[in-house]
Design a binder for this molecule. Structure first.
Ligand code: DX5
Ligand code: ZN
Length: 217
């Protein structure tokens, strides 16, 4: 499988989201990545359910929702109803992660577990076979435009080994500081999905930037 590209709308033009949604529709991107922040789990507040509901009818690709909120299990159904296709919860925010994964699946969504940069991959050994993807944060969550943490590359290799060992079908997704320099290294290390925000939306030609990321070997 060739890798997937998930532009993060966090860096889009919030005064004209329709334009950026349509750009992603036309581009070679695979998913929309939507960052939900509550100002508690992370030191920032982004957007929520009403915004997803507003853009869902315009969007022609799956919604990959990244919950940077405490107790994300409270909002599984609400985000499903707002159009989420993939529901990613942070390991650090989920006390009963196994139950939460089951509830996400029961709503008909794909389930992802997300790790902060300091959280070891080895903690996933008893859950990796139950999830559809693992999202590795390559920056501390909360903001776009931060510098890629190089240790993520080691975590990708380690996670790949764990996935094989546990017979898991989980995809490896990377979020934070993905650009023309870090993307090729991540693909080489075994990443399946690349999230990218400021690199895409800060580019002169975002559609071409998406295409360049998609066509990296
Ligand atoms: C950060 C978010 C990211 C963010 C990535 O907490 O989870 O999805 O938009 O932004 P860049 O690609 O600019 O690092
Ligand atoms: Zn994200």
């Amino acid at each position: 499988m060739s890798h997937l590209i998930a532009p993060s709308l966090l860096s889009a033009d919030f005064s004209n989201l329709k334009k950026d949604v349509e750009m992603i529709n036309k581009s070679e991107a695979d998913w929309f990545h939507l960052d939900i922040m509550d100002g508690v789990f992370v030191p920032n507040i982004s957007f929520g359910i009403p915004v997803l509901k507003a853009i869902k009818p315009l969007a022609e690709k799956p919604f990959d929702v990244h919950l940077m909120i405490v107790q994300p299990e409270r909002y599984i159904k609400a985000f499903k109803d707002a159009g989420a296709d993939i529901f990613n919860v942070h390991y650090e925010a989920s006390t009963h992660l196994h139950r939460t994964i089951q509830s996400i699946h029961a709503e008909g969504m794909k389930a992802g577990v997300t790790l902060n940069p300091h959280t070891p991959v080895s903690l996933l050994q008893d859950i990796v076979a139950d999830v559809d993807l693992v999202l590795l944060m390559s920056v501390n969550p909360g903001f776009g435009g931060q510098k890629f943490i190089e240790n993520t590359l080691n975590k990708v290799s380690e996670l790949k080994d764990l996935i094989v060992k546990k017979n898991s079908k989980a995809l490896i997704e990377i979020d934070g500081g993905v650009d023309g320099t870090t993307a090729p290294k991540l693909i080489k290390a075994g990443a399946d999905v690349l999230v990218s925000g400021s690199y895409i939306f800060g580019a002169k030609d975002p559609m071409k930037t998406i295409s360049d990321l998609k066509n990296l070997k």
